[in-house]
Ligand binder design. Structure first.
Ligand SMILES: [Zn+2]
Length: 462
């Protein structure tokens, strides 16, 4: 499996290089449609373009002074010689805090000093590790059961430890299902037993027995991550789902901390940036609606146009499309493209663009060309209502009062020093990323040690 490198690329073993070249040669001869290669006539985009200054005039803006960037990374490694199916997984989420004013001072020096930059940054980490394939928490259970028990234990034990925030992932999950300052007392769980049809059972933080089949239910079962766990496979995708949930919970924890303790000062002047779009994919996708509801509950009492939250995409069809638009000068520095269903249809080649994103996104995509020429694909949360729904959702910038302040931070935190151009994102990524190479061996050793301590039923796996 190619791991994502610190730079965001894929690390491929050199022996794969040849087959890579062969596939590329085959692709060159084949015929297929790539939306980003068909952007010749762009006059239809003109009515959908707004300038940053125009948005500031019509919506108003706040000047933000700090950024909290959140990013995660994960790795699945084989840990038993001769048993390649035995896999151990690590997931880690990092949050960095960046003083934008201090960073700007550095930028005016023409050359960014990494030492000074790191002094402007504080970071927090939460990491998880667990057997993900071919190894179980204990003898006599399925891999899905093993995952459910592991996630329950991790969520109870793992705490995000920053100033005065000493909450477990489970407490943050209950919080996300409630309101800022008021965690839910139960979360809805569909019984994971195949033959039991009980739905939306209210499960408290301590867990409870299913009223239908009597089996134990944990609050983390609401995430349904076990649904993607298979006996044969490395289960990296399921670990990825878990990772995106942990990243969201880190955002919930840190934003709520500022909300409760420094609402008019820090909360009002901080932009939260998450890596990737503001979306939740796969079985936990219902959290998308929880996140939207949770953060919109902050809106009426938030100073200015907050909460200020945005997602930044580093790769994907939207990034390719935005890059192509910039290359054709269809989007000029300081210009924002509204991504309505017509743009979505072109960008994703989708036939049902009207319902795009309604099941996964809690923010709306916008394409922005920063003043220094970089292209950024962001997602932003509307002050009220859903960003996408079955009827196209809300695409007009006026529904997104935090947008001008977010564009301002994007313009102020760009740097050619980092390839993806946004310093907070790059910093969070560098904190979350595992070192490739040396790191793999170290992690493998630790994993072996951990698995060795447990009396695992590894031989029973097909
Ligand atoms: Zn049941």
């Amino acid at each position: 499996m190619p791991y994502e490198t610190i730079a965001g690329g894929k690390e491929l073993a050199s022996r794969l290089a040849h087959s890579n070249a062969i596939v590329r040669a085959m692709a060159d001869k084949a015929e297929f449609y790539v939306p980003a290669e068909h952007v010749s006539d762009l006059s239809w985009l003109q009515p959908k373009i707004r300038t940053r200054s125009e948005l500031e005039r019509t919506i108003g803006t706040n000047q933000l002074t700090a950024v909290i960037g959140i990013d995660g990374s994960l790795m699945v490694v084989p840990v038993r010689d001769g048993l390649p199916s035995v896999r151990y997984g690590y997931a880690q989420a990092a949050a960095i805090w960046l003083d934008v004013n201090l960073m700007e001072t550095q930028r005016n020096e023409r050359f960014v000093d990494p030492v000074v930059l790191h002094e402007a940054v504080n970071s927090a980490l939460v990491s998880l590790d667990m057997p993900v394939a071919g190894a179980y928490l204990r003898a006599g259970i399925t891999i899905q059961q093993s995952w459910r028990e592991c996630i329950d234990a991790l969520f109870r034990g793992k705490k995000i430890e920053v100033n005065r925030l000493n909450q477990s992932l489970l407490q943050l999950l209950m919080l996300l299902h409630g309101a800022p300052g008021a965690p839910a007392t139960t979360v809805p769980v569909d019984c994971p037993e195949a033959l039991c049809k009980q739905k939306a059972i209210p499960v408290p933080e301590s867990g409870c027995d299913c009223p239908g089949c009597g089996k134990v239910l944990w609050p983390t079962d609401t995430l349904r991550i076990y649904e993607e766990v298979v006996e044969d496979g490395e289960n990296a995708a399921a670990l990825g789902r878990l990772m995106q949930v942990v990243e969201l919970l880190v955002l919930v924890g840190l934003s709520t901390l500022l909300w409760e303790q420094s609402r008019s000062a820090l909360f009002a002047t901080t932009l939260f940036i998450v890596d990737g779009p503001m979306a939740v994919y796969g079985p936990p996708a219902k959290l998308r609606a929880r996140a939207l509801t949770y953060f919109q509950k902050m809106t009426p009492a938030a100073p200015g146009a907050g909460p200020f939250i945005c997602g930044v995409e580093k790769h994907g069809a939207a990034v390719d499309y935005a890059t192509a638009l910039a290359r054709h000068e269809a989007l000029k520095p300081g210009e924002l493209l509204i991504v309505d269903s017509e743009v979505i249809a072109k960008m994703t080649n989708a036939t049902n663009s009207i319902a795009y994103g309604s099941e996964t996104y809690w923010g709306r995509k916008f394409l922005y060309r920063a003043l220094d020429g970089r292209v950024v694909v962001i997602t932003v949360m509307p002050a009220a209502g859903a960003p996408y729904d079955d009827h196209g959702g809300q695409h007009d910038p006026s529904a997104y009062p935090s947008l001008p302040a977010i564009l301002d931070v994007i313009d102020r935190t760009g740097s050619s020093m980092y390839r993806d151009g946004l310093i907070p994102v790059a910093l969070a990524h560098s904190k979350a990323a595992y070192p490739i190479g040396i790191g793999t061996d170290v992690l493998r050793l630790v994993a072996k040690h951990k698995l060795g301590l447990e009396d695992l039923n590894e031989g029973g796996q097909a």
